[in-house]
Every structure is written in structure tokens, then in C-alpha cells.
Design a protein around this ligand. Structure first.
Ligand SMILES: Nc1ncnc2c1ncn2[C@@H]1O[C@H](COP(=O)(O)OP(=O)(O)OP(=O)(O)O)[C@@H](O)[C@H]1O
Ligand SMILES: [Mg+2]
Length: 228
């Protein structure tokens, strides 16, 4: 097993069979000790966050695979906090695709002149570039195509998959009386088939969820979804 990447919340290894192993850490993104799913820095370490994130990720990826949505997921080992996945090639150095159902976070910070906090948004999709130095700037469909990062045809697939997957997660949360405000995904091209697949994770660290108008922290969210 070869260590190939140290991320903010996961370590990435290449297995002998060519697949990747993602190891979930207890580090979560945020600023000055306060968790923020949109942040680009490790803000704090929460005991049990890695395992909770993996449990939720396993749950959602297995659900998506059952529904025939293409993902990188192969299997997961909760004890070891690892997940085996198919290797993917990222778009450029990586994109984040966000689906928004209510205006919070960076959307509200950017467009606060025109939206109220928590205003409903119709599964609005936006793409940002993974570039910590430039604070993950949003990028348009035209710019993605022009810069050779993602073709217009691929953008269509990406947007459709994003809305479909976000809809599935939203529905799952709704069953527990939880409302999904926004969620962030990563996609890549399957190294074998070139098909666009969902990669990375789906955990409390990638979404904002509310219950009775109150924000739910990632660890609590994991409990509510898997045990509640
Ligand atoms: N199937 C996959 N194939 C290739 N890369 C993947 C796959 N799944 C996840 N990744 C990448 O593995 C890394 C996981 O590490 P982590 O989530 O800690 O990174 P990050 O801190 O979010 O982002 P950064 O890449 O900026 O460090 C991410 O860069 C993610 O894009
Ligand atoms: Mg990440």
C-alpha cells in the first residue's frame, strides 16, 4: 500500500490492486475551532468525527450504488476508518459541486444584496475550483469549458447527477424530520471507463442540515440519520 496524498480530512493510499484506500481522520474543516463545511482549513479535531463521517458515507454510497448511480465506492471498514474506492481522475486539480436548497454559507455572503438568509433555492447548482490559495472561487460553465477543465457535455452530466444525488440525500434526511440546506460533492472520471462518477465522501462535513430551524452538527447528524 502506497501513501499518495495527505488531505485535510483524509489520507489517500494506492492499494496493490490499483484501487485507492481513503482513511478518514478526526480532523474537520473550520476556522478557529468552529466547524464550517465550507472552510478551507482544518479548524478542529473532534474525537469520533472520522468514523462518523465514514459511517454516513458508507450508508449514502451504498444507497446510491443500489439506485444505479455511478460512484467510486467499493467497500468500507468502519473499525479501520477506511474506504476502498475506484481511482478517478479529477477535473483539473479538482472541483467541488454544490447543490443549494436554501441560501446560507458562501451563497448568502456573496449574494446577500439579493437574498434573505434561508430563502428557498431550487436545487441550485454551482461549481467551485479546489484552490485553497484562492479560496475555492466559483466558476461558470463557459469558463470550465474555455479553460479545458470540463466540456459542456460533461457539465450537463455533472449537473444532472448533482441534482439527482442531492435529491436522494434530501429525501433520506426528510424521513428523519431533517431539512437539507446545501451539500457539496466531488466528481471525477473513472480511470478505467472515463465515466463521470461521484467520488470522495458524503458526510456531515459536506452538508448543512437543520432540524426545527436549528443547525445540526456533523456528529449529531450521523446519530440522527443512522440511529434515530
Ligand atoms: N476515487 C477517488 N479518486 C481519486 N481521488 C479521490 C477519490 N476520492 C477522493 N479523492 C480525493 O482524495 C482527497 C481526499 O482528501 P481530503 O478530503 O482530506 O482532501 P481535502 O482536504 O478536501 O482537499 P484537498 O485535496 O484540497 O486537500 C481529495 O483531494 C479528493 O479529491
Ligand atoms: Mg475533502
Amino acid at each position: 500500500m502506497k501513501h499518495i496524498y495527505t488531505g485535510k480530512t483524509k489520507n489517500v493510499y494506492e492499494l496493490e490492486d490499483g484501487n485507492y484506500l481513503l482513511e478518514f481522520k478526526d480532523d474537520v474543516t473550520g476556522v478557529d475551532g468552529v466547524f464550517d463545511p465550507g472552510a478551507n482549513t482544518v479548524g478542529l479535531t473532534i474525537e469520533g468525527a472520522g468514523r462518523a463521517g465514514l459511517r454516513l458515507t458508507k450508508y449514502f454510497f451504498e444507497l446510491l450504488n443500489e439506485k444505479g448511480i455511478p460512484t467510486h465506492y467499493i467497500d468500507a471498514d468502519i473499525e479501520k476508518k477506511t474506504m476502498k474506492v475506484k481511482p478517478a481522475e479529477t477535473f483539473g486539480n479538482g472541483l467541488e459541486v454544490i447543490c443549494r436548497f436554501r441560501a446560507v454559507g458562501s451563497f448568502l455572503r456573496r449574494y446577500g444584496m439579493y437574498v434573505k438568509e434561508g430563502q428557498p433555492l431550487d436545487a441550485f447548482v454551482e461549481v467551485t475550483i479546489k484552490d485553497d490559495q484562492r479560496e475555492d472561487p466559483p466558476i461558470s460553465e463557459d469558463a470550465l469549458d474555455m479553460l479545458g477543465i470540463l466540456s459542456k457535455d460533461e457539465y450537463k452530466v455533472l449537473k444532472e447527477l448533482t441534482q439527482k444525488i442531492a435529491g436522494i440525500v434530501k429525501e433520506e434526511l426528510a424521513k428523519k424530520g431533517i431539512e437539507l440546506y446545501d451539500i457539496k460533492f466531488e466528481f471525477g472520471r473513472d480511470k478505467e471507463t472515463n465515466e463521470i462518477i461521484l467520488i470522495d465522501e458524503i458526510s456531515g462535513g459536506n452538508m448543512r442540515a437543520y432540524k426545527d430551524g436549528k443547525y445540526i452538527e456533523p456528529l449529531e447528524l450521523e446519530k440522527l440519520i443512522l440511529e434515530g
